[in-house]
Design a protein around this ligand. Structure first.
Ligand code: TYM
Length: 330
């Protein structure tokens, strides 16, 4: 099992319910690898002095949500140079046409164009991003990739790339599949429930961060956008706001959104209950996060160990791929 997360901004409820929680649940049965993908963050990070700090904070958050360094291998992508090396080979295996069809590139480049401070620069890395992501996954002979719905297209293109490489050069890569949770696979913005909760939203008021104080969480849920009729039912197309609240509540409490709807006749109590369920979920995570951040040396040493373990696997796969492609050994 492998999955990764970018160190760009604070971790939000979508990341947690869509992905991180399943990484934690799966770490005991699986050989689990999880990367903090700083090379992917470079596609949009231009300021100096932010990436290292964001990487360390994200590491603390991954341990705080329950990843155990003795069970799962947590590493920083740039500490495992095989990612960049196989990434190039993947760029040569994916086509320009395939990359132009990726919705993430279309969305992110359109967002940058809307913003006057970033409009003039869309990096080539943002375009070739899926090739590096394919390398992340294929390096670990990954069967399962636990992700939110938004990453499905990236896992599909990884499969296509692996199939093409295997076809050209002989069986080299394991074909991975995406695994998404029943509830929480697509957490929507509380202010704009037709868009996914995302770090690149224009305002923070619809995003719930894992480090938000209880008062802030309460306020965000209280102001969540619903609709003008007042019926509580689960219907993503007709009632996106209400359905999102039901789904968040279901993901926190373990119920099913359709069944939970029957317990409400008004929006107010649903908003309040969803908010309280999230506060309860976040409290122990926040306490562990703040404790872990007091010892940065220990965090860095855990990441160094993780990179060492990751390289043991990644180096073997890279060598296999290079040999398959007929490259002259060094
Ligand atoms: P990233 O950093 O945007 O998100 C990390 C994880 O959080 C999930 N997620 C969501 N799930 C439900 N609802 C949401 N609103 C929501 N927002 C985010 C994402 O699906 C993801 O699982 N390209 C990836 C990073 C990556 C990767 C990989 C993932 C690079 N290499 C290899 C898996 C395997 C990304 O930008 O995720």
């Amino acid at each position: 099992m492998l999955s990764c997360i970018q160190p760009t901004g604070d971790v939000h409820l979508g990341n947690y319910l869509g992905a991180l929680r399943n990484w934690v649940a799966g770490q005991h049965e699986n050989d689990a690898f999880h990367g903090i993908v700083d090379l992917h963050a470079l596609t949009i990070t231009e300021a100096p002095d932010v990436l290292g700090q964001a990487t360390l904070q994200l590491a603390a958050m991954l341990f705080a949500v329950g990843l155990d360094p003795d069970e799962a291998t947590i590493f920083v992508q740039s500490h495992v140079p095989e990612h960049s090396q196989l990434g190039w080979m993947m760029e040569c295996t994916v086509s320009y046409g395939e990359l132009t069809r990726m919705t993430q590139f279309k969305d992110k480049s359109a967002k940058r164009q809307e913003n006057t401070s970033t409009a003039e620069f869309i990096s080539a890395g943002l375009f070739t991003y899926p090739a590096l992501q394919a390398a992340d996954i294929l390096l670990y002979d990954t069967d399962e990739v636990p992700v939110g719905e938004d990453q499905r297209q990236h896992i599909e293109i990884t499969r296509d790339i692996a199939i093409r490489f295997n076809h050209r050069f002989g069986d080299t890569f394991v074909l991975p599949k995406a695994v998404t949770p029943k509830a929480g696979a697509r957490v929507m913005d509380l202010q704009d429930p037709t868009s996914k909760m995302s770090k690149s939203a224009n305002t923070d008021s619809g995003l719930v961060y894992l480090l938000d104080e209880p008062a802030a969480v309460r306020k965000k849920f209280k102001r969540a956008v619903t609709d003008s009729d007042s019926e509580v039912r689960f219907d993503r197309a007709e009632k996106p706001g209400v359905s999102n609240l039901l789904e968040i509540l279901a993901a926190c409490t373990g119920g099913a959104p359709e069944a939970l709807a029957a317990g409400y006749t008004q929006y107010g109590p649903l908003k309040a209950d969803a908010g309280e369920a999230v506060i309860e979920l976040l409290q122990p995570i926040q306490a562990r996060y703040h404790e872990l951040m007091t010892d940065r040396g220990e965090l860095q040493s855990l990441l160094r160990k993780g990179a060492g373990k990751a390289r043991e696997v990644a180096a073997v796969t890279l060598a296999r791929a290079q040999a398959a492609a007929g490259m002259l050994p060094a």
